[in-house]
Design a protein around this ligand. Structure first.
Ligand code: ZN
Length: 135
């Protein structure tokens, strides 16, 4: 893995959370994006080389909705940037980690993403993501 790409935070209300994190970080979010497949609305803040991703559920059956119901709002996942998500998924599988999706999914921010089951990663929901190549 190359770097911490972003930290995902589950929020109840994206607008309120944007205002709060703008105050906290001293910088405004640079984009808002809906990911239909994941049933979330996201916003992104740039902090040095890494980002903060706020996630609001857009449907009752969204993983973010379920997460907030179970654990409350707060840190949801840590995302590591990788050069080649297919190779990294293969490596992690061989190491015994459980992948939540067997094929990379379309994520926000022009990324291919894969999540690892927290039960195999010490209770931390881990995302690996790769920048989509253009074309
Ligand atoms: Zn993420």
């Amino acid at each position: 893995m190359q770097k911490i790409e972003h930290i995902g935070i589950a929020v109840e209300n994206l607008e309120e959370a944007n205002a709060l994190f703008t105050k906290l970080l001293g910088t405004a979010h640079y984009k808002v994006e809906k990911v239909e497949g994941e049933k979330v609305a996201t916003s992104f803040f740039q902090i040095g080389d890494a980002k903060i991703e706020l996630l609001e559920a857009t449907a009752e059956n969204s993983a973010i909705h379920k997460f907030i119901q179970k654990k409350g709002k707060g840190v949801h996942h840590i995302a590591f940037g990788v050069e080649n998500i297919y190779e990294e998924m293969e490596r992690l599988k061989e190491e015994g980690f459980e992948l939540l999706n067997e094929v990379p999914k379309e994520g926000a921010d022009n990324k291919l993403v894969c999540f690892l089951h927290p039960k195999t990663t010490g209770g931390v929901l881990v995302e690996i993501c790769q920048e989509k190549k253009n074309g």
